[in-house]
Design a protein around this ligand. Sequence first.
Ligand SMILES: Cc1ncc(COP(=O)(O)O)c(C=O)c1O
Length: 230
Amino acid sequence: MEMKYWKKLSHKEQDIRITEALEININYRDIVPIGIPVSKLDSNVFYEHASFLKEAPLLRAFIQNPNHIGCHTLGNSEPFFEGTQQLEREVIELLSVDLLKANKNSCDGYIATGGTEANIQAAWIYRNYFIEDFDARIEEIALLSSVDTHYSVTKAANLLNIRSIGIPVDDETRIVVAEFLDNAIKQAIQDGIKYFIVISKWLQPCLVALMIPTFTQHIFQSTKLSIKYM
Ligand SMILES: Cc1ncc(COP(=O)(O)O)c(C=O)c1O
């Protein structure tokens, strides 16, 4: 697989890139950050002069604690963190182009703090897409996943006030049972669901498999339902 952006950097090169980025950002050690949406970490707990930090650029970045508030992938954002915002833009471009095969400069986004936030955010985007572009009502939208899917997805459905549908899996292989999936979709349609957000990845780190896309593509191709994969 040819990578455009995903180049392995040596530790030294990483150090240079991160150090340069942090120098462009404001550093709350040098100024009193009044009127800026930041929080300085407590120096008693996060001691910034610890000698090992010289060798640990990523930890230095955490301790400096930049706040990437705003949406700098689509336009301008807070100028105080321009250095590390540029690193974030590069990571988004790397993931979308090299890993997910998107066109260059076609993707927007941000690096979430964790899996739950990322899942809620993705479901929120699709729920609102269905509402805005298709005039969907909230009761017509469902989040479809395997019962093995991480529970953050059920939480996302609950927070977003949409139906969560978990499809049973085979006890041995943990693969979604096609028949159950088929039945669940038919039942959902009968219940008035017209828009599906489908979790197409496994979403459970301790298990290794991927299943839903092949089944759902097959089922949804023969319907006029709207579907988006997460
Ligand atoms: C696939 C997946 N989704 C969501 C989560 C939840 O992530 P977090 O604990 O970062 O919110 C995890 C955590 O392991 C996960 O593996």
